[in-house]
Each structure stands twice: as C-alpha cells, then as structure tokens.
Design a protein around this ligand. Structure first.
Ligand code: SAM
Length: 277
C-alpha cells in the first residue's frame, strides 16, 4: 500500500477557518511541505499539530522536494502540502507535487477549505455559473496587454488576484480595455477585521482607489463582457421603442429587451428613462 499526498487548505486571514479535518490529516503525515517553515510552524502550533517534520516546497524548491516526497509515498507514508494561505496549487506551489505523485501512481486527495478566488467570486454578485480565473496578470509587456485584451472580450465572469500596490494600475488598464461602464467588484481583506467588497463601474473604481491608499490583498472580479458590450445604447433604445410601440407597458418592455439583448436590467431601465412617455 503506497502513501497518499494531501493538499491541505489553510485560512486566508481568519484562523477560525482552518478546516476541521486539517488537524487529524496533518498529524498523521510523515512530512509537511510548506512555503515557509516559520509561517506554517506558527499555524501548526496554534492548531496543535506536533512532531511532524516540515520541509520547504516553494516555487524554487518544489521540483527538487518531489524526490523526498515520492520516496515517502512509496514507503507507504502520507505527506501533506500546505501554503501560506488558502488552497495549495491556486496561484501557489502544489500543482507540481500533485503531477509528480500522479505520474508515480500515488493517491492524491485534499482537505478542502478557504480559497480567496471562490470567496471573492461569490461576494461579487456577478454570474457564478460560468467564470474564469486569471490569477495574477503578468506585470508588464506584450503578455499583459494580450491577457487584458482577452479579458475585455471574455463573456464569463473573470476573477483576478492582485497585490495592494498594483491594484490601481490593473484597474486603470482594465478601464482602458473594457470601457468605463463595465462593473467590477474589489474584495479585500477577506475573512479579516477590515473585510470589504466594493462594487461599481470601472470608472468609479478608479476614483474609489484614488481616494485612499489601497490596503490588503485583493480579489478583483470583472463582470463578463456580454452585459457591457453586447448591445449599444442606441440598439437597446430602439428595441425598447419597438416593444412600447407594439403595445407593451414599460415593465414588460424592459424585461423583454433585457432578455433579448443580454444587457443588465439596470442599464435597460436607465435607458428606458430617456424615452419620453
Ligand atoms: N492559494 C491562495 C488561495 O487559495 O486563495 C492564493 C495565494 S496567492 C499567492 C495570494 C493572493 O490571493 C493575494 O495577492 C490576493 O489576490 C489573494 N488573497 C489571498 N488572501 C486574501 C484575502 N484574505 N483577501 C483578499 N484576497 C486574498
């Protein structure tokens, strides 16, 4: 019987969010891989996990660590991977250990738990049925421009990670590519004392961020393109006029045009106000 690799999620801010199964799983492992032994050592002490050796598996050492991990798994011992916060493998090390374990024929499982992308997405209020996760955008150059252009055309909800000192620049670049009316949500300090989710247009987001220095880590959620660029204002007004001329009352006309254009109900409602009664 070979051992099992466990991906163990840890809190993204609030220590109360350590998954209940994490402690028993970690305590039963022969080795715990982590990004930073001091950081994870504190969490493990707080959780009461004792006597399990820690080894660094960060972006530089994950591949070389795989050798020790595979040897333990082969010997029938379980190994855990955790990162500084959230779910390993999500914009964090872990995926390469998973691949190595799978290729060597070992079992892999997880103790699921916090992931900032999921919390940011569900708090955004945008469509959660289909979404894409972009992680961190490249910091500069052609690759960044290309990814932002793809986001502008993306019809599904888009989730990004961003550091506080780069969020203003990223929002400004999104504004230039997606236009001022596209809706976004800025979710920061999730699960922490100063948790806040701000929602509004990209144009308002630039003003909001300029008002005070952005603090904490951010999940940036961008509404998919369909509402924002699917139909021009003129096309929506023309569809509204036709529905009204056909005998529909305003409420029905707004509902019909919202469904047929894919535009947001609020936008159609605002445009309906510009048509004289
Ligand atoms: N593995 C982690 C996860 O599952 O969410 C992500 C690690 S990635 C290195 C760190 C980024 O996640 C941050 O820059 C931020 O974009 C996001 N993040 C992590 N914790 C967060 C929090 N409490 N509030 C908002 N964003 C957070």
């Amino acid at each position: 019987m070979t051992g099992q690799l466990w991906l163990v999620s840890t809190p993204i801010g609030n220590l109360g969010d350590l998954p209940p199964r994490a402690v028993s799983t970690l305590s039963a492992c022969a080795l715990i891989c982590c990004e930073d032994t001091r950081h994870s050592g504190k969490l493990l002490k707080h959780a009461g996990v004792e006597g399990v050796p820690l080894a660094v598996a960060n972006e530089h050492t994950e591949d070389s660590r795989a050798r020790d991990v595979l040897a333990l798994l082969k010997a029938g011992r379980d190994v855990a991977m955790l990162t500084d916060a959230g779910t390993p493998g999500i914009s964090d090390p872990g995926a390469r250990l998973v691949r190595a374990a799978i290729e060597a024929g070992h079992r892999v499982s997880a103790v699921p738990g916090p992931a900032a992308l999921v919390m940011g997405l569900v708090l955004s209020g945008f469509d959660t049925t289909r979404f894409v996760f972009e992680g961190f955008l490249p910091r500069s150059g052609k690759e960044r421009a290309q990814r932002i252009a793809e986001i502008a055309d993306e019809r599904r909800t888009i989730v990004l990670y961003e550091a506080p000192h780069r969020v203003e620049r990223t929002v400004a670049d999104l504004l230039a590519a997606c236009g001022p009316e596209r809706e976004i949500a800025l979710a920061r300090e999730l699960t922490k004392l100063h948790e806040e989710t701000w929602r509004g247009t990209l144009a308002d987001a630039v003003t909001h961020l300029a008002e005070q220095e952005p603090r904490g880590e951010f999940v940036v959620v961008v509404e998919g393109a369909s509402d924002a660029v699917g139909a021009t204002d003129e096309a929506i007004i023309s569809a509204l006029r036709m529905a009204l001329a056909g005998g529909a009352d305003r409420r029905t006309a707004i509902a019909t045009v919202t469904a047929s254009t894919g535009a947001s109900k609020r936008r159609v409602y605002d445009l309906a106000l510009t048509i004289p009664r």
